[in-house]
Design a protein around this ligand. Structure first.
Ligand code: ADP
Ligand code: MG
Ligand code: ZN
Length: 151
């Protein structure tokens, strides 16, 4: 069939990987042939799987060449991609092409409100900085705009 695209956005800690796992487990229950692909430079918690911040893990195929891996993966019914922003040129281009787009929120790590943004704690400026709570925090708009940072 022609298939469909579902996109999950949200700041760090908003539960994107948790939601990806929930959907994939559901498709597995429904007997779909599923594959999870992950960006393999992202080994924060697990080498051979995708992992949530609270340490739930599912096996996954690691790649740094998402496009060619996706081509080969098309034999599967369902393909889950974690951290897709590292592999796709511009993830926002998927929005008009997708059947479903959601943006999740985390708990703001400064004021405990609804966090829609990720703030870098350090001074690194590279586009791609792999890290967890030691490098990033989820924040609301007001806390994002606040100068300086609390850790
Ligand atoms: P993401 O993939 O969006 O970074 P995960 O699915 O890996 O998120 O992790 C979500 C989990 O992170 C939550 O279920 C919770 O246990 C934990 N967590 C830690 N800090 C926060 C926070 N500030 N807001 C929400 N969840 C948090
Ligand atoms: Mg994640
Ligand atoms: Zn806040």
């Amino acid at each position: 069939s022609s298939g469909q695209i579902q996109v999950i956005f949200g700041p760090m800690f908003s539960g994107k990987t948790t939601e990806l796992m929930r959907r994939l487990k559901r498709y597995q229950l429904a007997k779909y042939d599923c594959l999870i692909i992950k960006y393999s430079n992202d080994t924060r918690y697990d080498q051979n799987g995708i992992a949530t911040h609270d340490r739930h893990v599912l096996p996954a195929l690691g790649t740094t060449e998402l496009n060619s891996t996706l081509d080969k993966a098309m034999i599967h019914d369902v393909i889950g991609v974690d951290e897709g922003q590292f592999g796709f040129a511009e993830i926002l281009n998927l929005v008009p092409l997708a059947e479903s787009v959601v943006k999740l929120t985390a708990v703001c790590m400064q004021c405990y409100g609804e966090a829609s943004f990720t703030k870098r704690k350090g001074t690194e400026t590279a586009l791609e900085v792999i890290g967890g709570a030691e490098k990033y925090m989820a924040v609301c708009r007001a806390c994002y705009q606040e100068p300086g940072q609390v850790s």
